[in-house]
Structures are given as structure tokens and as C-alpha cells.
Design a protein around this ligand. Structure first.
Ligand code: NAP
Length: 666
């Protein structure tokens, strides 16, 4: 078979490997299967991204981009088989593909859905509430976020050629930034196929995605403060790249996800025979063998109360793990990415071996492939040892160590000096709380599993698009994913200060104090498209009588003393005497502002941010101001209208304030 020529995708065209091309070997056979390399025209790539891709993406709203992501994820979902077929060459098994290929597509679906649900159908993202900056509210503040106007450069590690790209690409595109992706050379042929599919789909605008299979050349030297680098790989490479003068002088955000000596703690209550002990052994086996241990989140240090039963149970499971050609259905663990990686893992294992005893080593398969059987170490003096806490053997290697008490377990976990994830297998809530409080500062994620969560827990090693992935210290100090938090890396947060009208004009939703107006028609009679932000009605007033309060109390059964017992109510610090029920006021408010006949308002779907600010006594009268605050399209038939509702009394004091949600037909 002739070697695949792996192209870059630069400035809208596929560019074959140039003179600097290097061979890429199959992890299973050692044969050269592909060639990639060369230096692309970085200036052209940057201007294609900045001048073509960025403007096209920024012209779309968050919802447009979320829909685009969903279409992309659906397109890829229908084309997984060719990706699986090619990816076997990286040494990955079918189960590994589920993490890489299905996991990457899944992350895109999650960002597509979060973009629709948690971001506005607009160009500006509001970050937090309006801040009161002046006594009379004529000068207010608010934080907004808009897409950066540069390019996101994604430099990825070899172990997840598809997930590694998509988990960063989804939040980047949702934010409205174009990306240049540089996968690791060893597995770039899988990423290239995925990028081909994405480009062929026609779902993304031109310039939104480019690919470098080979060297980045002078790309990083050309970046500025509107660009972002998101790096995944080793700490050494991260340090070298973030020291690029242009990155330092231009204050280019550099998100680093690097190596991590992740810990798994077996709780003191989780003795052999408990469900937690079995779970620990099951998950540790999976962590050591999945992707042949080449997982940034893999359990590298197993911190247990008693080493002997763990060594026995884990060794038995690892011994039974079948290692071999990942295409074989019986295979449970495939190969490392390359023979160089195997040599590196063996070298790092030798360093760990200077402080720990090798207590298990599987049978290493013969052949030219980069196979390596699992290796377990036991360190009897983890307090004085240093290498076991800092040497990452990026393969199927783990070290077992004992702790004295939960505080000691947390201390050992923290010796990794910053990790992506630590896990805890316990059924004891006190132990969990103590360890989390003592070690959360050192870990990006803490995964707690036990008999109650086991059936649905997603696994120690699985970063989820909903949750933050990253960690402090040696893990790189970066964060990715975590829902909309992950999108914010590709946006600029800006504090906007000005009058209420200015904040409404910039942000979108109506800000109290800004212009309100009437049309000749009740807003409930106006279809979704016709309604305008700021459109307001002021209702007539209605008196609230003691009879109303008693009727409501008997009708609903809410005879709370504050409404029914004058003396007891007056003794309460909040009430002058008997007062109207808050829910009675909401009901009266609806009675004042609704237009009853069938029309564009289809349903009341909720109410947000309700505050009762001042009690209403019998004899008081109330009136309502109802203003269109925000409109969000939901589908082809209807959209959501968010109304600002203010209920005031005869003295114009605000008694209640809230946001009402309705679905309105177009
Ligand atoms: P690596 O050797 O550091 O390479 C990472 C990426 O940097 C690759 O794409 C590599 O491209 C690129 N690179 C290297 N030198 C470069 C340069 N001078 N300019 C531009 N790009 C350059 O790491 P790896 O071997 O691929 O991955 C293994 C490491 O990644 C492990 O240490 C693991 O812990 C870590 N990792 C961390 C995470 C996480 O989320 N924290 C996830 C996965 C892996 P080439 O391949 O072309 O050199």
C-alpha cells in the first residue's frame, strides 16, 4: 500500500506535504502508512481566517452558530465508519474510538444545544446582571462578551485526533472565532479525514476552519492580542510555545492542557468486598488499558488504605486483559501510538522504578507494533518519593501507594502539584467532604463514585463538555469546556457603562429606566415578530380588600398567620399587620394585564427572578407595568417573550418585580 499523502487545508485549498514531509508509521505493524509535513503559508492562512472566516462567523448569531454546529455533528455522525477504520492504525480499539470519535461528535452536540439554551439569539453575550452605578440609575454598568476578531490556533496532542479537535472547535465556532487546527503528526491522518468531511459538508463558512499537518512555521510569531492559542500536549512543549516573544509581548491568551499525575483515592470505608472497592478496581483497570493508558486523565497514582488487596485484584484484572490488534473484537487494549512512545514510556517507568517496586507486568506482545503490556508499581514510601508524583509515563503504567488517614490521602493527591482530575471511591460523605476541601485547590475536577452513582457515573477519565476540563499547576493552568465557560475563552469580556438606553441598545434586552413606549394595540394582540423591545402597557389600579385576602386564603388553603391573624402578623418584623398573599398579587397582576381572547400568546411558560419587595395591606391598590424585555425565536411557529413586570402600590412603591415568560406565535 502506498503511503497516504496527508494534506493541510490552507486558505481554502488542500496543500500536499512539502519537502519537509515525514513518514508516519502504523502503531500496529510499524509500516509507514502516511506522510505529512511541510510549512504552510501562514500569512495567507491568517488573513483567510481573520478577513473571511471571522467576519462570516460574527455576522451570525449565537443561535445561528449553534444550529451550524448541530448540522456539523449530524453530518459527522453519519460518517463515523471511515474514521473508525482509519483510526485503528493509531492503535486504538473500537472502544477507544467511542471516546475519540463518538465523544468528539457528542461534545459538538452538547455545545450546539447549550448555545441554543444558554446563549441569546444575538451577537452580544451578557455576562451578569446590570450593575447600579449611580443613585438615580441614570448611569449603569453591565459586562458583555463579543467574539475576538482574530484566530484560534489549536495545537493538539496525538492521543485523541478527533475529540481533541472537536472539543475545542465547538466552543470556538460557537463563540464566533475561526480556527486553525494543528494536530500532532503521529495521528494527523485521522484528523485530516475528519476535516475533509467537515469541509465537504459545506456547513461552515469559508475561513472558519483550516488545518496544518506538519510544522506551524512562523504562525505563532504572527499572532496578536485578538488571537488565542489553545495547546494540548506535554509541559515542555507548552513552555517552549508560550515563551514565543509575540505571545508574551502581544498578551496572546495561551490555554495550556498538559501532563498530569492524576490520583485515584480508595476511601477508608471501601474495604475488599464493598461495592466501592470493586468499582475502584474496575475503573483503575479501564484507566490503565483504555487508549493503552495514553490518556491525559488516566489514573497515574492509586492512593489506597491497604495496598495488598488492590495489587492482587488489579493484577488479576490486568492479566486477563487481552492486548493485540485493535481490529480484533476480542482485543481489550491496543498499541501505543509509536515505538518511540513505547521507548519513552519504558524510560519513564525506569525512573518510577527507582522509587517503587514493579509488582505486576503483563506479557508484552511480540511483533513490530508499538504494544506494551500494563505495568503496576508499588511505592512503600510515598512521602519521601518524588519521581512517582512527577514522572508521567504516558502509557499503561500506574503506581500504588498507601495512606494513613484521609488528610494524608489528600496530601499525597496534592503532591502531583496540579492535576486534571482526582477521583474518590467512597460511600462515606464525611470522608468525601474532607478530602474535597483539602484537595480541590489542586485538581480541575474531582470525581466521586460509589454504589449510588455507579450505574450512571461517566468515569474518572471522561472529560465532559458540560464540566471544566483543565487543572492548575503542572496540568497547565488552563480550562476548556465547562459549558459556556469554554466558549468565553474565545470572546472578549468588556464592561459597558452608560445610560439605561445605551445599555439596552448595546446589550439587547430592555433595561429598566430605558425608553418605553405604547403602540395603539395591547401587546398580547401583537404577533411575535411585531412586538418591539421596550413596548409597554400600564394597567389600571385595583384595590386589594380584606375580603379578597380571606377568599384567597380559603380557596387555596393558604391560611398563613401573616394573612389571617392581625396580632400575630403585626408581631412579625416584615408585616405592618395582615397582608395580601404574594401569589394573590401575582394572580391579580395577571388579571390586570392579560388580554383574554385567543391571540398570539400561546402559553405562560414561567416566571424568573421574582421578588416581593413591599407588603400590600388591605385597602392598598396595585397596578402593573408590563414591558417587552427580550424575544427569542424557538422554532418556525413561535418564540419566547420575556416581559419585565413591575407591580406598584398607590404610592408608586414597588411591591413586586419579576420576569414573565410567554410563548408567542409569529
Ligand atoms: P507534545 O509532543 O507536547 O505535542 C503536542 C503538540 O504540540 C503536537 O501537535 C505537536 O506537533 C505540537 N508541537 C510540538 N512542537 C511544536 C512546535 N515547535 N511548534 C508548534 N507545535 C509543536 O505532546 P504529545 O506527545 O502529542 O502528547 C502527549 C502529551 O500530551 C502527554 O504529556 C499528555 O499528558 C499530554 N496531554 C494532555 C492532555 C490534556 O488535556 N491536559 C490531553 C492529551 C495529552 P507534532 O506532533 O507535529 O510535533
Amino acid at each position: 500500500m502506498s503511503a497516504l499523502q496527508i494534506n493541510s487545508y490552507a486558505a481554502g485549498r488542500w496543500v500536499p506535504p512539502g519537502s519537509g514531509a515525514r513518514p508516519i508509521a502504523s502503531a500496529i505493524t510499524g509500516e509507514v502508512i502516511a506522510e505529512a509535513g511541510g510549512v504552510p503559508e501562514t500569512a495567507a492562512m491568517l488573513s483567510y481566517a481573520r478577513d473571511v472566516g471571522g467576519p462570516a462567523l460574527r455576522a451570525m448569531t449565537f443561535h445561528d452558530r449553534a444550529r451550524m454546529l448541530k448540522a456539523l455533528a449530524m453530518y459527522l455522525s453519519e460518517r463515523k465508519d471511515p474514521l473508525y477504520d482509519l483510526s485503528f492504525n493509531t492503535g486504538a480499539t473500537q472502544k477507544d474510538h467511542l471516546i475519540d470519535i463518538d465523544g468528539g461528535i457528542g461534545a459538538s452536540f452538547v455545545f450546539a444545544s447549550k448555545g441554543r439554551r444558554e446563549m441569546p439569539d444575538a451577537h452580544v453575550y451578557l455576562d451578569g446582571p446590570v450593575e447600579q452605578l449611580s443613585r438615580n440609575s441614570t448611569f449603569l454598568g453591565r459586562h458583555i462578551a463579543v467574539p475576538k476578531q482574530g484566530v484560534a490556533v489549536h495545537i493538539n496532542a496525538f492521543n485523541f485526533p478527533v475529540w481533541g479537535m472537536l472539543e475545542k472547535l465547538a466552543p470556538t465556532l460557537l463563540a464566533g472565532m475561526p480556527a486553525i487546527v494543528k494536530p500532532a503528526s503521529n495521528s494527523c491522518y485521522v484528523t485530516e479525514l475528519c476535516v475533509r468531511m467537515i469541509i465537504e459538508s459545506g456547513v461552515l463558512p469559508g475561513g472558519a476552519l483550516q488545518l496544518i499537518c506538519g510544522s506551524t512555521g512562523d504562525l505563532l510569531d504572527r499572532l496578536d492580542g485578538q488571537d488565542v492559542v489553545s495547546f494540548t500536549g506535554s509541559a515542555d512543549t507548552a513552555l517552549m510555545l508560550k515563551s514565543t516573544p509575540a505571545i508574551l509581548s502581544g498578551a496572546v491568551p495561551f490555554i495550556a492542557e498538559q501532563d498530569s499525575l492524576n490520583a485515584a483515592i480508595l476511601g477508608p470505608d471501601a474495604a475488599p468486598g464493598t461495592p466501592e472497592f470493586d468499582l475502584f478496581i474496575k475503573e483503575a483497570t479501564a484507566e490503565i488499558t483504555t487508549k493503552a493508558g495514553q490518556k491525559c486523565t488516566a489514573m497515574r497514582r492509586l492512593i489506597v488504605p491497604d495496598a495488598a488487596p488492590v495489587i492482587e485484584a488489579l493484577s488479576a484484572r490486568l492479566k486477563a486483559t487481552r492486548i493485540g490488534d485493535p481490529r480484533d473484537r476480542e482485543t481489550r487494549m491496543g498499541a501505543l501510538i509509536s515505538s518511540a512512545q513505547r521507548a519513552d514510556v519504558l524510560e519513564k517507568s525506569a525512573i518510577i522504578g527507582t522509587e517503587a517496586e514493579r509488582v505486576f507486568e503483563g506479557d508484552h506482545p511480540d511483533g513490530a507494533g508499538a504494544f506494551l503490556a500494563p505495568i503496576l508499581f508499588h511505592c512503600t514510601d510515598p512521602d519521601t518519593a518524588t519521581e512517582i508524583h512527577r514522572t508521567e509515563a504516558f502509557g499503561p503504567v500506574s503506581t500504588i501507594m498507601e495512606y494513613r488517614d484521609p488528610a494524608h490521602a489528600a496530601e499525597l493527591a496534592n503532591r502531583g502539584e496540579g492535576s486534571l482530575v482526582a477521583s474518590l471511591f467512597t460511600h462515606d460523605t464525611d470522608t468525601a467532604r474532607q478530602i474535597v476541601l483539602q484537595s480541590a485547590s489542586h485538581h480541575g475536577r474531582i470525581y466521586i463514585n460509589n454504589r449510588d452513582s455507579a450505574d450512571e457515573a461517566t468515569g474518572h477519565g471522561s472529560p465532559l463538555p458540560h464540566m471544566v476540563h483543565g487543572g492548575p499547576g503542572r496540568a497547565g493552568g488552563g480550562e476548556e469546556q465547562g459549558g459556556i465557560r469554554g466558549v468565553m475563552h474565545y470572546m472578549q469580556r468588556t464592561a459597558i457603562q452608560g445610560s439605561p438606553d445605551m445599555l439596552t441598545a448595546v446589550g439587547g434586552p430592555w433595561v429598566p429606566g430605558s425608553r418605553e413606549f405604547k403602540t395603539g394595540e395591547h401587546p398580547f394582540r401583537r404577533p411575535f415578530d411585531a412586538l418591539e423591545i421596550g413596548e409597554t402597557i400600564h394597567t389600571d389600579a385595583r384595590e386589594v380588600t380584606l375580603k379578597d385576602i380571606e377568599h384567597f386564603a380559603r380557596f387555596t388553603g393558604d391560611t398563613f398567620y401573616g394573612h389571617m391573624d392581625e396580632e400575630a402578623a403585626a408581631a412579625n418584623p416584615f408585616f405592618p399587620g395582615r397582608v395580601a398573599h404574594g401569589y394573590l398579587l401575582l394572580s391579580f397582576a395577571a388579571g390586570l394585564f392579560v388580554d383574554p381572547d385567543p391571540g398570539p400568546v400561546l402559553a405562560n411558560t414561567g416566571l424568573d427572578s421574582l421578588r416581593f419587595l413591599q407588603p400590600v395591606s388591605p385597602g392598598d391598590s396595585i397596578k402593573v407595568r408590563l414591558t417587552v424585555k427580550q424575544k427569542t425565536k424557538r422554532n418556525d411557529e413561535y418564540g419566547e417573550v420575556r416581559w419585565h413586570v413591575t407591580l406598584t402600590n398607590q404610592d408608586d412603591a414597588v411591591c413586586a418585580e419579576y420576569e414573565l415568560l410567554t410563548m408567542n406565535a409569529y
